[in-house]
Design a protein around this ligand. Structure first.
Ligand SMILES: [Zn+2]
Length: 99
């Protein structure tokens, strides 16, 4: 999967309605590219029973920073890796200037 991660939306195992009336993801979340029928980590949406949230972006369900992560209990590590989270973490530690 070589699509730009910024395009990714979200699928989740559960949903709830937030105080503003928006359907929001809960439980375990995966990254999903809306033009596909599977998650970034390769699960088929239909067989895995995952709920689609095309109006929610992946960045918004990250528990550390996301505004729609209140009910998110788990972020799929494979999707996080596929979305470049670990690569970003690593590059952050490499930003120190070379001697
Ligand atoms: Zn996943």
């Amino acid at each position: 999967m070589r699509r730009t991660p910024k395009d990714a939306a979200v699928v989740a195992t559960d949903s709830w309605t937030d105080p503003d009336g928006f359907r929001s993801p809960g439980g375990a979340v995966h990254a999903w590219l809306p033009s596909t029928n599977q998650t970034v980590c390769g699960r088929q949406l239909s067989t895995a029973g995952l709920l689609r949230f095309p109006h929610i972006q992946w960045v918004d369900v990250q528990p550390a920073t996301g505004r729609d992560a209140d009910r998110v209990s788990a972020v799929c590590p494979q999707c996080a890796a596929g979305m470049g989270a670990r690569r970003d973490d690593r590059s952050w530690t490499r930003t120190n200037p070379r001697p």
